[in-house]
Ligand binder design. Structure first.
Ligand SMILES: [Zn+2]
Length: 437
């Protein structure tokens, strides 16, 4: 009997949903049992042998409508080896349904991956129970999310191979944006001790506690605001991230760049913090791109340059820094160098100042900020820094977290796909590709 008040209603809702899930599971089970999966006396085992029908076996899977019991034909291949065991069993029906080697239906696996990419696995399990009435152990949530992420990462790599190999030629985006940006950056993800064995780190004991994820954010910009500042196009961001070394990352970035129209836009710009590997990728993969050192990183370096001269500057420190900030905003790196070299430095002090100055001299062509601004370009990565933080940091860098590289890589792949999907929803990419002639 439905009681009065919100408590009574909530109880009724919960009760009815539970009943609907039981009913749904039963209906789905009956639908699935209409085909018992018998595919003749023998089937191909997948490894070049024949597997023989041996009878029917049961399997219980979890689905979005609850637990479902299946009975399907079972085959045995005597020639296959499964670990140390001779012979291997298989059900063709499982492969057709996408449940080989798993007890989660594809629908529930996708739901679990969405939750596991968004929040820690224990919380994800709690959300699934609370919002969908599905109870899974934390371990199963973790396994399902990581499996989905590994699949996503493999699909991204495969697509990148096809695009960079010119087997798939993406059509330019339509309408073609005026300016395409790539912001490239690296960030550390806390990992287990085993993942950093033998790697030097910045910690007091010299041991690394993080592994670097290389990340690229792509976005477009067509307009300026009323003050003349560039405005990032809404829902134009897509994300690529990986633990792989710069060379492999470069290929992923190249493919995503092609997909985003890098070869067709009028203005292509790459923004980075000044690290040499970033410019290596920029120069080899997108030689036509304008390279810009993120203005905020350059300002930080100006602060440390000023610190190295502090003993000489004395009371003039703030005034000197303000003048150099103006030089920097103007892109007048020669002015900064001249101002440093008016001081007669020697020995360690000279080396220190020259090292700090080197950052500016090496990157001088990437710091012509006044000119960049006059062309209506972004000069800082601040516009997407929040995006980087939310894609990697919010999920992977919470206190107490220690990831395996493969686990983190999977979750990062899911989060990049999710963060990019807002754009995909508006500019679908699936059907805009033509195979090469
Ligand atoms: Zn076999």
């Amino acid at each position: 009997m439905l009681g009065t008040g919100p408590a009574g209603l909530a109880a009724a809702e919960a009760l009815i949903r539970e009943g609907m899930l039981r009913l749904g599971g039963k209906v789905l089970g009956e639908l699935l049992s209409a085909d018992p999966g018998y595919r003749g006396p023998v089937v191909a085992c997948g490894n070049g042998h024949e597997a023989v029908f041996t009878g029917y076996r049961g399997k219980i899977i979890d689905t979005v409508v609850g637990e479902v019991r299946l009975r399907r034909a079972w085959y045995h291949c005597a020639a296959c080896r499964d670990g140390h065991e001779h012979g291997r069993g298989l059900a063709p029906r499982d492969a057709e349904l996408g449940i080989t080697g798993t007890s989660l239906s594809p629908g529930l696996a996708a739901m679990t991956a969405t939750a596991g990419a968004e929040v820690p696995f224990a919380r994800a399990a709690g959300l699934l129970a609370e919002l969908a009435g599905i109870r899974l152990t934390v371990k199963r949530v973790e396994r399902a999310a990581e499996a989905a992420g590994a699949e996503q990462a493999a699909a991204t790599r495969q697509q990148a191979r096809l695009i960079t190999g010119r087997e798939v030629i993406p059509l330019p985006p339509s309408p073609l944006p005026d300016k395409l940006y790539m912001v490239i950056d690296g960030t550390g993800v806390p990992v287990t001790a085993r993942e950093t064995a033998g790697r030097a780190g910045k910690g007091p004991d010299g041991r690394a506690r993080t592994r670097e994820v290389k990340m690229a954010v792509f976005f477009t910009q067509d307009t300026l605001d009323h003050k003349g500042y560039p405005v990032r196009d809404k829902v134009s961001s897509s994300y690529i991230a990986t633990f792989e070394p710069a060379a492999a990352f470069g290929d992923l970035v190249r493919a995503e760049g092609i997909r985003r129209g890098a070869d067709h836009v009028r203005q292509l710009t790459i923004i980075g913090d000044g690290a040499a590997w970033i410019w290596g990728i920029a120069t080899s993969k997108f030689p036509e791109a304008t390279q810009i050192v993120d203005l905020y990183h350059a300002r930080e370096h100006l602060h440390s340059l000023t610190r190295s001269l502090e003993f000489m500057l004395g009371d003039h420190r703030d005034e000197w820094l303000a003048a150099r900030m103006e030089d920097l905003d103007y892109g007048y790196i020669d002015g900064i160098a001249a101002a440093v070299r008016t001081y007669p430095l020697e020995g360690v002090k000279k080396d220190e100042a020259e090292k700090e100055l080197g950052y500016f001299l090496n990157n001088a062509p990437r710091m012509r900020y006044r000119w960049f601004r006059s062309r209506g370009l972004f000069t800082g990565s601040g516009v997407v820094e929040a995006g980087c933080k939310s894609v990697i940091g919010q999920r992977l860098k919470q206190s107490g977290m220690h990831w395996t590289v493969s686990g983190a890589d999977s979750i990062i792949a899911l989060r990049c796909a999710q963060a990019s999907s807002h754009r995909e929803a508006i500019c679908p990419s699936r059907h805009n590709q033509t195979p090469a002639a």
